[in-house]
Design a protein around this ligand. Structure first.
Ligand SMILES: Cc1cc2nc3c(=O)[nH]c(=O)nc-3n(C[C@H](O)[C@H](O)[C@H](O)COP(=O)(O)OP(=O)(O)OC[C@H]3O[C@@H](n4cnc5c(N)ncnc54)[C@H](O)[C@@H]3O)c2cc1C
Length: 440
């Protein structure tokens, strides 16, 4: 049993935990960062795009130093039907100029490791291969953690004025603390299961297939048939000499529909739009992970005496079309770190000081965006037609409209509108479009 007393213990060396640790250590607080993996990032997975405005605040020179793969010069949103695609392909040369729209693909195994090194340089004590199982309480205040080492039977308790939980999407500590209770408890309905493969492809093939140049990259969000009507999306991202392809679906929906995520991934990879893009790619990594889907109104409490939740463990993710989690994780870590410094200065780690953390989040894009897009997933759950029927109808409509078969354009137009009206009533269509507008 150890009796070390730190100012701050942080559980989890993902973007949220590392950011919190960095801010706290830079202000001179004794800070220990605990990570269950052999190194930060070894157990982490995302799509994905690292969004960097908050990273820049912490490491202004990140553009030169961080292991970035490609900046996203092209962002594509693609609705798939069984045999077609309707896509919005957004490209801007502005995205090719610094700061590159603050959107980069990274390998988490490289990025998290690098980010953690920056925190260590700031004075953070990083301990890896340590699994935190529980919190230590005294007089209704969190005063430390119980941890398990790599060797069997190796247990330890560490004490601190403050614990920051940055465990990620499957945060058992957040539940044990009581901050995730009632509607914020983890359930199959508020967790997405994601599966992803990384496929090796040459730089030249990536650049040819995706119509980008050296260092430029593409992100694609796939909707519709790609997940056979389940509540979820597919994705494809380009790295320097590999691509990631994967999907995420609500766990409850998969259970109800008796669908296995790997089968869906095979289905996705064989789609006629996707297959040519990944052809010849050698699978070099396969992984699965959870994503929180806590809507704004079901967020957990974010702090109690001696404890704060950050990043995915607090459910801070914008799951609308923007799919932003990394920036929210880093921002929340930054605010939690600042709050820890204020608490140290006041010598008060009770909830009355820690509630500043929520205020900071409320005044930032984090809770503003979460509040604004809070109804997005509920709307998708209740109105599946946005993910299935509407893209199908639109594609069908356009395919018919542009058909060349010897008939006059007037005849084709009449027939196309007749077919559309048979499938959907115009008042419903108008109502649904108005509803959808609020979510953009
Ligand atoms: C498939 C997928 C695609 C995504 N795509 C994007 C995207 O394109 N853009 C984007 O911005 N976001 C994306 N996200 C979300 C983003 O990855 C998360 O929001 C972000 O990683 C959250 O950071 P975090 O630090 O809170 O948690 P994590 O990154 O999950 O880090 C948690 C850390 O805690 C450690 N840990 C967990 N439990 C313990 C324990 N008990 N003891 C010790 N250590 C522990 C873990 O090993 C891990 O290192 C995606 C997520 C997934 C799964």
């Amino acid at each position: 049993m150890s009796c070390d007393l730190f100012d701050v213990i942080i559980v989890g060396a993902g973007p949220a935990g590392i950011a919190a640790a960095m801010v706290s250590a830079r202000a001179g607080l004794s800070t220990v960062l605990l990570e269950r993996g052999n190194y930060p990032g070894s157990k982490n997975l995302f799509g994905g795009i690292l969004f960097t405005p908050e990273l820049e605040k912490l490491v202004p020179s990140f553009l030169e130093k961080a292991p970035l793969e490609r900046h996203m010069s092209r962002r594509r949103f693609s609705f798939l039907t069984t045999d077609g695609e309707l896509a919005l392909d957004l490209w801007s040369n502005r995205f090719n100029q610094p700061p590159f729209n603050h959107s980069f693909t990274v390998m988490r195994s490289k990025f998290d490791r690098w980010f953690a090194t920056q925190a260590e340089e700031a004075g953070v004590q990083l301990l890896t291969g340590v699994v935190v199982d529980d919190l230590v309480w005294k007089d209704e205040k969190v005063v430390g953690i119980k941890a398990r080492g790599e060797k069997e039977g190796q247990f330890d308790e560490l004490y601190a004025s403050l614990v920051i939980c940055a465990e990620g999407a499957n945060s058992l500590l957040a539940e044990k603390s009581g901050l995730r209770s009632g509607k914020s408890k983890m359930t199959p309905q508020n967790r997405t299961v994601a599966v992803k493969e990384v496929l090796r492809l040459t730089k030249e093939k990536i650049q040819d297939r995706f119509n980008v140049r050296e260092k430029e990259g593409v992100s694609v969000v796939y909707l519709g048939e790609v997940v056979k009507g389940a509540l979820g999306t597919g994705f494809l991202y380009t790295y320097e000499d590999s691509i990631s392809v994967g999907l995420g679906c609500e766990m409850k929906d998969l259970i109800d529909r008796k669908m296995a995520p790997y089968d869906l991934l095979d289905h996705m990879k064989s789609h006629p739009v996707i297959a040519p893009l990944i052809e010849g790619g050698e699978v070099i990594e396969y992984s699965t992970h959870m994503i929180p889907e806590d809507s704004f109104r079901n967020l957990p409490e974010l702090a109690t005496h001696g404890l704060m939740l950050v990043g995915d463990s607090a459910g801070l993710i914008n799951n609308s079309i923007f799919q932003e989690g990394t920036n929210m994780a880093i921002a929340s870590g930054l605010f939690a770190g600042e709050t820890a410094v204020e608490a140290k200065q006041k010598k008060d780690f009770s909830l009355s000081t820690l509630s500043r953390y929520r205020e900071k989040l409320e005044n930032s894009f984090v809770l503003k965006d979460m509040r604004h897009y809070g109804g997005f997933l509920d709307m998708m759950r209740e109105h599946r037609e946005y993910l299935g029927l509407y893209p199908e109808l639109t594609l069908e409509f356009l395919v018919n409209y542009f058909t060349v078969d010897g008939r006059s354009k007037k005849e084709i137009k009449k027939e196309t509108f007749r077919k559309l009206r048979k499938k959907i009533s115009i008042p419903k269509l108008i109502m649904d479009m108005i509803r959808a507008r609020k979510m953009i």
